[in-house]
Design a protein around this ligand. Structure first.
Ligand SMILES: [Zn+2]
Length: 416
């Protein structure tokens, strides 16, 4: 019996000879150096150190650049993109889950091998999607999920502007520190990895103010402290300075959108180790001339007010040392365009290497996954992509990812 088991083990090891992935170039995202030629040795689902064994299989990706799999720290996989508010209201839980399965594959094929999903009202469908992907049942990126974002009555996560005889169940509404504690515990029980909150009003929501803070300082504190007791971080949707500051003071780990942070707030973020997840294209796409995304007039007006001020606020926060992690808010726009933010990050002043680091090293740090993803150093998950050309010379090559490997499996490109 024991001999048979050992023979079986030896067989399965022999079947898994290491794979050498080669290409003309490899970008070391830590140093910014291009190695030419580039190569990564993969054993099973891990990157391993050389030397390359004689029996290694070889996958030659040709005249391409290898990078670590990308990370999007702000997605909404459970929503089809481009829905009107009424279409959103009519969406069933089952339809959201189907959208999630489709979008997970789309995002993976766009080069994103890890995402942090910041909410839907799919009754925790994203928890099931995360687990199905981890089990290999459904193709998609590794996911961390927040479940529905907590919001105040009348806030970005409430339904506003409807007659009061319409009643829609909103289990994510929190209006006191006690309710906050209960809801964080409930969300933990449902299997989320982190808590998402709406610290200010929004751009795509009716009748709320993106500049105004939502929760009271006591409510912010109760949420962050209870999340911490349950081993969870908190991400806060926040446009206006007051909400960004209150959330930061309470100990929120990342400020999503972070559109209008003042210099003093940016300093507070830096000193408390809070991250900025800017989601630049999600705002830019609302004000594209002709409104091809068919955004409501009220949202276009809000975006037009915020957009000119946000570039200056972004540049200022970066100059003051606030770390940036890549995030898109896909779901607001098409999931196939998950790489859309790179060109805006560069247009707003980051170097191409800084933009790539935001989506690799930095995002891995924000997600506390730095020993697992974000680089191609030995021991990391074998998550890698390849693009035509050199992304340090032209960041937009990341919008057309040619090859994707996730956890050692080729999911797009050569050999599939
Ligand atoms: Zn979002």
């Amino acid at each position: 019996m024991r001999l048979a088991l050992m023979a079986c083990l030896a067989l399965s090891l022999a079947a898994e000879s290491p794979l050498l992935v080669k290409a003309a170039r490899l970008l070391d995202v830590r140093t910014g150096k291009i190695q030419s030629p580039g190569q990564v040795l993969v054993q099973g689902n891990r990157v391993v150190a050389g030397p390359v064994p004689r029996d290694a299989r070889v996958l030659d990706l040709g005249d391409r650049t290898i990078l670590p799999g990308l990370i999007d720290a702000h997605t909404h996989l459970m929503f089809p993109a481009g829905l009107t508010e009424l279409q959103h209201l009519k969406l069933s839980r089952a339809e959201m889950v189907i959208a999630g399965v489709v979008n997970a594959r789309t995002v993976l094929e766009a080069g994103f091998t890890t995402v942090r999903d910041l909410g839907s009202n799919s009754q925790f469908g994203e928890v099931a999607l995360r687990d199905a992907i981890a089990a290999g049942t459904v193709p998609g990126p590794r996911m961390l999920v927040s479940g529905p974002a907590l919001s105040i009555t009348g806030g970005h996560g409430d339904l506003n502007g409807y007659p009061c005889h319409l009643h829609v169940e909103r289990e994510n509404i929190v209006d006191s520190p006690e309710e906050a504690v209960a809801r964080v515990r409930e969300w933990k029980k449902r299997g989320v990895d982190l808590i998402k909150i709406h610290a200010t009003g929004g751009v795509l929501s009716n009748h709320d103010d993106p500049a105004a803070a939502s929760f009271s300082p006591e409510e912010f504190k109760a949420i962050v402290e209870e999340a911490g007791r349950r081993g969870m971080d908190v991400a806060a949707h926040a446009h206006g300075d007051a909400g960004i500051l209150e959330a930061t003071r309470a100990g929120v780990r990342s400020l999503e959108h972070c559109s209008l942070a003042s210099a003093s707030t940016a300093r507070e973020m830096k000193s408390r180790g809070a991250w900025m997840v800017p989601t630049l294209y999600a705002l830019e796409c609302i004000i594209v001339p002709g409104n091809p995304g068919r955004f409501p007039a009220g949202s276009v007006e809000k975006a037009k007010v915020i957009q000119p001020r946000r570039e200056a606020a972004f540049r200022q926060a970066v100059a003051l040392g606030v770390p940036v992690a890549y995030g898109t808010d896909i779901g607001v726009f098409d999931h196939a365009r998950a790489a859309a933010d790179f060109r805006y990050l560069v247009a707003y002043g980051l170097s191409p290497l800084q933009a790539i680091q935001a989506a690799t090293l930095n995002a891995a740090g924000l997600l506390r996954l730095e020993s697992e993803v974000g680089t191609l150093e030995p021991g990391r998950s074998a998550d890698l992509i390849a693009v035509e050309g050199n992304p340090l010379e032209d960041i937009t090559v990341l919008e057309k990812v040619a090859f994707v490997m996730a956890r050692g499996k080729v999911m797009k490109g050569a050999g599939r």
